[in-house]
Design a protein around this ligand. Sequence first.
Ligand SMILES: [Zn+2]
Length: 436
Amino acid sequence: MEAITASAESSNRNRLGHRLEVVTAIETETRYHMEDFLKLFEKMMISGFVGVYLRIDKSTDSSTSSTNGSKESYTEKSIPVLAVAAGCGAVLNLKLAQNEWPEQPFPETETGIFEMFENPLDDVTGKLPEEEQQAIAKKRLYTGRSPLIEKIDYKGHYTITGEGYEFLSDLRLADIVEAGDTLGEFTQKQAFAQMKNGAYEDYVYRRSFLETNAYIPMETLSVPGSGAPAQTEEQRRFMEKEKDLFRECYEQHQQGPFYVCPNCGLILKQDRSGRKHCISKWCNAEILKKEPELVQTGRGLWILKDPIARAYYYPGRLEQQIKAKLDKAQKDGRILSYKLWPGNNPYVFDTWDFRIELPNGRSLLMDAKDVESPGSIINDYRVALEENEKLYYVVPNERTKSFCKVVNQAAGMAGEATCILLKELDQTLERENEKL
Ligand SMILES: [Zn+2]
């Protein structure tokens, strides 16, 4: 394998060497600017993934809606942004070819776009010239990603992976808007953008709610003797104040029975054979050990939609556990204060999950990471810190110390950040506060 790579590389070098000798004057004209390359690359990635998201979304829409008589097939409906992405891919390949680069790895068709996202993105970017690879790596959004989508059946149906939802929520609204006017409809529709549309306080309010409300009863008032709980005051307020976001995040289910996941608290899905399942392997292991509890309902429930559950609720459980520990530490005077989802400058928010001020004047930044692979922590985008600041990644206790060890020993982690288990949080606060 190594030998093949090495010989391919040397043949690239030969071709390049040859090119440099022959082409000189034309070179400066055809050689594109790195900035243009990056812009086009990002437009392809963003419109491509948004298009894939819409295609997958449309296919589930049509398979579940029984009211709509004319069922659309999976690929019938045209998605303009996919054509935009394929166009960008073709131009990028052309530019590479003009520079006599032997590989043209970008997708030029819808099928190609799906194939690209079905594999690690590094498979594509790894085929680019060194300079382009480095420019993309600086963006950090695109490197070290595991596949963003996966096939769910032999008919070629796909689903978005956890990594894919992470990618979607990492895309900033500005990126999506810059990707083209054709995405206007998408930006209006999607909750990810709506979440960040407003002031910092709105964001904290919305995200905290979605992290703690897996479902909402339909009943506004409890019916005596029914045993079914009604909406809480907090839930009623959210549904009223955040009408659009609420509609984007929750869907109505009237047909029970509903069961709650003993691990995470989401409402379980049931397949035709009645087997109950949730969104992670840890949940599904718990379900086998412990009988899920039935939710008492009258008219039904508003249930968090799958993408929102995966992007906010599920990873948010760890954040809520950290928050509970920090609340206690603040009460005991072990920390001065903390802030949820702070930004690294006054104009942004959510650079980290927590900023903690210690009595000794130091600040700790913390990110909750409920991820399966150490790679997504090692390759995480990190902004530069001030001298009295320190960054910690907190992982669930189930990840064990050996997971943290792998992360902490990786190149680039030392001095930049430290990974700890949730149960090590209190002693970490203590240790940091003892530092001068
Ligand atoms: Zn669960």
